[in-house]
Design a protein around this ligand. Structure first.
Ligand code: FES
Length: 169
């Protein structure tokens, strides 16, 4: 008699644990897929544009033709600001992301060649950031450009001012 009762308790316990494990497994799967779906949705359909503002880069007289400087945006992004010529127009300057769109290495300006070069896989971009050789050219991956303007002799750049991953309430 008591053996039946114990067997019944064991069966109930097994059923309980099986249901609990199954529920936990499906809950974890739903949570995992939900997170991936939320990330994909945010990437595909960004709710809003990143906040940007105009920031000081340098005085124009500090940059001569063929020279470049690395500017770090408040968001942490590294940007190569190059002086391509000294004709007096805003087109003398260009600001491009220093991060290679291929695998994320840092590109640098080669003033004598008037191009940006990525040493990791010999990626070459022209002075407008258009990929011309190497893996970025094969994948048609250009460098991202940032707007520039000159205000009273100061070179200004419009950049994102908030981090991608940190959001305060
Ligand atoms: S990371 Fe720049 S060419 Fe590969």
């Amino acid at each position: 008699m008591s053996a039946d009762t114990n067997g019944g308790d064991g069966h109930d316990r097994r059923t309980f644990f099986t249901r609990m494990t199954t529920g936990f497994m499906f809950g974890s799967l739903a949570l995992g897929y939900g997170t991936v779906a939320a990330m994909a949705g945010r990437f595909l359909y960004p709710a809003r544009k990143r906040r940007a503002s105009w920031q000081f880069v340098a005085r124009v007289e500090e940059l001569s033709a063929g020279q470049s400087i690395t500017y770090r945006a408040p968001s942490g992004e590294k940007i190569a600001v190059a002086c391509r010529a000294k004709s007096g127009g805003i087109d003398d300057y260009i600001a491009l992301s220093s991060t290679c769109p291929h695998l994320g290495c840092q590109v640098h300006w080669q003033g004598h060649e008037k191009r940006f070069f990525c040493p990791c896989h010999n990626g070459i971009f022209d002075s407008d950031g258009i990929a011309k050789a190497g893996p970025p050219a094969e994948a048609k991956q250009n460098l991202s450009a940032y707007p520039l303007r000159v205000d009273s002799g100061s070179l200004m750049i419009e950049v994102p001012v908030e981090f991608l991953s940190v959001k305060k309430a």
